[in-house]
Write a protein that binds this ligand. Structure first.
Ligand SMILES: Nc1ncnc2c1ncn2[C@@H]1O[C@H](COP(=O)(O)OP(=O)(O)O)[C@@H](O)[C@H]1O
Ligand SMILES: [Mg+2]
Length: 283
């Protein structure tokens, strides 16, 4: 007998959706994978669109059976930079059920995180947010409005005491009213400087989506100038510097982040002194 065959995507979809249907007592219909166009290509959760009889739309995110805590090279190299490890930081994947609890906590704190309606070991079902992910918005429009709102939203989450973990801007959606929703909490980061790491991730990936623009540098500098009360700036500097030497893992195009490296250097050269935070007008 050979090794056990892992279930196919369609088998995993059927198993997960039958359990979700039983839990919700409602008939669900799978409408196919979400058409994704994103600056970072791989999608680890195989997101698919699901509709209920009453017209409600959900996103099914299937847990990859082969993705185990600590074995995901992408998480390690792309998101959690070496300087974070040096400070005693660590990461792990949240199981779908842990994500369900975490989404509930975020929503109790009135944060814009989609409602999770079901999860088990195979995946999770979340409310569909009608909008566009921030990575695509930045790459398409080359306008910095979403970057402002994205950084501000992360700070709001952190002030409520919640650390989402992986702040790649594919993991946030801006809806039609300009509201940012944080949709993906599958990576948990732990350590003394998780806020600082998150904000550095957000700055790094926003600049990448923007193609390394001058305006993006200004947004980052403006944000940091008003953020001295929220972040230990010596760690922000350390983590940004560590992202600068990050070249991308073998799975990605070589030199993919080349445009971001000089932006990070510029931010570090012009690192701002504290300024009072002023309420931002929606732009
Ligand atoms: N609840 C949701 N509502 C709308 N779109 C979503 C939702 N969840 C995910 N998506 C879309 O799918 C993309 C990838 O989803 P995500 O769950 O973060 O998968 P992965 O982390 O595996 O890449 C997101 O960038 C977004 O465009
Ligand atoms: Mg994601």
């Amino acid at each position: 007998m050979g090794p056990a065959r892992s279930p196919s995507l369609s088998e995993r979809t059927t198993t997960f959706l039958s359990a979700a249907q039983r839990h919700l007592g409602e008939e669900l219909c799978f409408a196919g994978p979400i058409p994704l166009e994103c600056v970072l290509p791989p999608h680890f959760n195989d997101p698919g669109l699901v509709s209920a009889k009453d017209g409600r739309k959900f996103v099914m995110r299937l847990a990859r059976p082969n993705l185990k805590n600590g074995e995901d090279g992408r998480v390690c190299r792309e998101l959690v930079n070496l300087a974070f490890f040096e400070q005693g930081g660590s990461y792990a994947l949240r199981s779908p059920v842990e994500q369900w609890r975490f989404h509930d906590r975020c929503r109790q704190a009135r944060l814009a995180v989609p409602a999770m309606v079901y999860a088990d070991a195979n995946g999770s079902l979340v409310e569909f947010i009608d909008g566009t992910n921030v990575s695509i918005l930045l790459a398409r429009q080359r306008s910095t409005g979403p970057m402002h709102r994205y950084l501000d939203d992360i700070r709001v989450n952190q002030r409520a005491g919640l650390i989402l973990g992986d702040r790649h801007c594919c993991n946030a959606i801006e809806d039609r009213d300009g509201r940012i929703w944080q949709i993906d909490a599958d990576v948990r980061i732990e350590g003394p400087c998780t806020r600082e790491l998150e904000i550095c991730q957000a700055i790094f990936y926003s600049l990448h989506a923007l193609g390394g623009s001058e305006e993006g540098i200004d947004v980052a500098l403006e944000f940091l100038a008003t953020a001295h009360a929220d972040y230990a700036m010596r760690y922000v500097k350390r983590f940004l510097a560590a992202f600068r030497s990050f070249k991308g893992s073998a799975a990605y195009a070589d030199g993919k982040y080349a445009a971001v490296v000089p932006c990070i250097s510029r931010i570090l050269d012009r690192f701002p002194t504290p300024r009072k935070e002023t309420p931002r007008l929606r732009r």
